[in-house]
Write a protein that binds this ligand. Structure first.
Ligand code: NDP
Length: 492
């Protein structure tokens, strides 16, 4: 068996020449304002914060900080647009605007991809091939639904909810904006969206594009800021629904704040997904799936397969193959098309990850990392795995949100189901096996909103995404993604 998995010997012969994506076509302004009522406006406080490139620590731009008064103005503008225009125009017209946004995202895909990688640290291959195409696809998909809601919900009457407050994280900045804005607009709502502090740039680029698409003023408002800006939005009485993606901790705070009010909510929160490898799985594909599951986007993924369960009979070979595969990953400049692992999104997140690396070792787990050069500047974490992990280890229980895999073994199906479900989260999971019946058996017993079989981290606008338990409630994507943005009644 050892011979079968002899590692590839590169010996420098296969070193790839740099293939850096150009930044010449990119226009990043020195300073960005708030996007309210179709215009870029100076924040009332005239306060700005710095956005840095996490791969170089160099300043990219200054971003306006919205405070209470700005939030008030944005919500009023969204309300005016809702009552005056957006809830009144025909569904077909709404669809036309959303199609226009979708086409413009496609047209400017390269610019969006480079800005996303500069601002967030993710490899250009991922922003170019995943984030931006999926963002455009979401706008296309929901544009199509705008005038077909009667077919989506037959025998039911429906109306839009009103003004939606949307708060998004830093791991998929444009994609999260698209997941939030597209279904809200298609169903006749207007929005006030707050991007994450460290990744505002593509949302602001989207604001420029929304202006270019001539969307009626105030239908989409984008207010940048920190956690406090999000808090103001959540508290605001003029908001009818909060759509949040982020940590379970902040999700709980938001639910406490809106408890007792009539605000609707959808919460897409944390995860600690089980990725399960059975002995009959195609092991080489499974190893690719493990790598994609945990190291995609540096592990900054709510549905990351961060808990790996390998059937004991194939544990040794899987671990060997996995370690070899990890050694072939390329960490470095996010703009280089050869890069597999980019920069960690922020210093703060790197500190969190490093804290868990320490905890893992203190708990007695054994750490293995990609042996690679770490750039002098920027925030980096080499892809890591831990063995000798037990269910009680913090690294197997808490969301780390970094390229850190905790590996455990199992013998029987019932054992792995119990272990996989032994978590407060319930967002996603993966199952690798040759047997269709095993897939149906296991997936029906795992408590997770999304379960992939013989693949991992596949996203599609037609497919609903969301969790159970502390991973939140409500679904985004697909027909289900329309539901939270509508009031529905059965027609008698
Ligand atoms: P947060 O949950 O704090 O951030 C998500 C969004 O909420 C950001 O726009 C943030 O603004 C905003 N926000 C922060 N505090 C409040 C508040 N009190 N009221 C309303 N909005 C608020 O995630 P972090 O960026 O702090 O990351 C911390 C941890 O959360 C990570 O280590 C990871 O484990 C997890 N996480 C999970 C995500 C997921 O999709 N499951 C996504 C992101 C993080 P700002 O950025 O300006 O602080």
């Amino acid at each position: 068996m050892g011979k079968l998995i002899k590692p590839l010997e590169f010996n420098g012969k296969w070193d790839l020449s740099p293939a850096r994506e150009s930044t010449e076509h990119i226009d990043i302004k020195k300073q960005y304002q708030l996007f309210i009522n179709g215009e870029f406006v100076v924040p009332k406080s005239e306060n700005y914060f710095t956005s840095v490139n996490p791969a170089t620590e160099k300043k990219l731009s200054m971003i306006a900080e919205a405070r209470k008064e700005d939030v008030n103005t944005a919500v009023s503008s969204a309300r005016k647009a809702y009552e005056g225009v957006w809830s009144k125009i025909s569904a077909k017209e709404r669809g036309k605007y959303i199609y226009r946004i979708a086409r413009l995202v496609q047209e400017k895909a390269k610019e969006f991809a480079v800005i996303e990688s500069l601002d967030g640290g993710k490899p250009i291959r991922e922003s170019r091939d995943i984030d931006i195409p999926i963002s455009a696809a979401h706008f296309f998909y929901y544009a199509g639904w705008a005038d077909k809601l009667a077919y989506a919900f037959p025998n039911r009457s429906f109306s839009s909810v009103g003004v939606i407050g949307q708060i998004i994280p830093w791991n998929f900045p444009l994609m999260m904006a698209a997941w939030k804005i597209a279904p809200a607009l298609a169903t006749g709502n207007t929005v006030v969206l707050k991007p994450a502090e460290t990744t505002s740039l593509t949302a602001l680029k989207l604001a420029e594009l929304i202006q270019e698409a001539d969307l009626p003023k105030g239908v989409v408002n984008i207010i940048t800021g920190k956690g406090a800006t999000g808090e103001e939005l959540v508290k605001h009485k003029g908001i009818d629904k909060i759509a949040f993606t982020g940590s379970t901790e902040v999700g709980k705070l938001i639910m406490k704040t809106i408890a007792g009010s009539e605000k609707k909510s959808t919460m897409e929160l944390g995860g600690k997904a089980a990725n399960i490898i059975f002995e009959d799985a195609p092991l080489d594909q499974a190893v690719e799936g493990i790598v994609n599951g945990i190291y995609f986007n540096q592990g900054h993924v709510c549905c990351a397969g961060s808990r790996l369960f390998v059937q004991e009979s194939v544990y040794k070979i899987v671990l060997k193959k996995l370690k070899h595969r990890i050694q072939s990953l390329i960490l470095g400049d996010p703009l280089d098309k050869n890069t597999d692992i980019g920069a960690i999104n922020s210093k703060r997140q790197l500190n969190t990850i490093n804290k868990y690396l320490k905890i893992g070792q203190q708990e007695g787990a054994e750490m293995f990392q990609l042996n690679c050069e770490i750039p002098d500047k920027g925030f980096w974490c080499a892809p890591t795995l831990f063995t000798n992990v037990s269910q009680s280890h913090l690294i197997a229980k808490e969301e780390i949100f970094g390229p850190v895999l905790a590996i455990q073994t199992f013998r029987t199906i019932s054992e792995v189901i119990a272990k996989a479900n032994n978590t407060p989260f319930g967002l996603s999971a993966g199952v690798w096996t040759d047997k269709g019946s095993k897939i149906f058996n296991v997936t029906s017993k795992i408590n997770a909103g999304v379960i992939w079989a013989n693949t991992y981290n596949k996203f599609d606008p037609t497919s609903p995404f969301g969790g159970f338990k502390e991973s939140g409630h409500g679904r985004e994507g697909g027909l289900h993604g329309l539901l939270p943005y509508l009031n529905l009644n059965y027609v008698k």
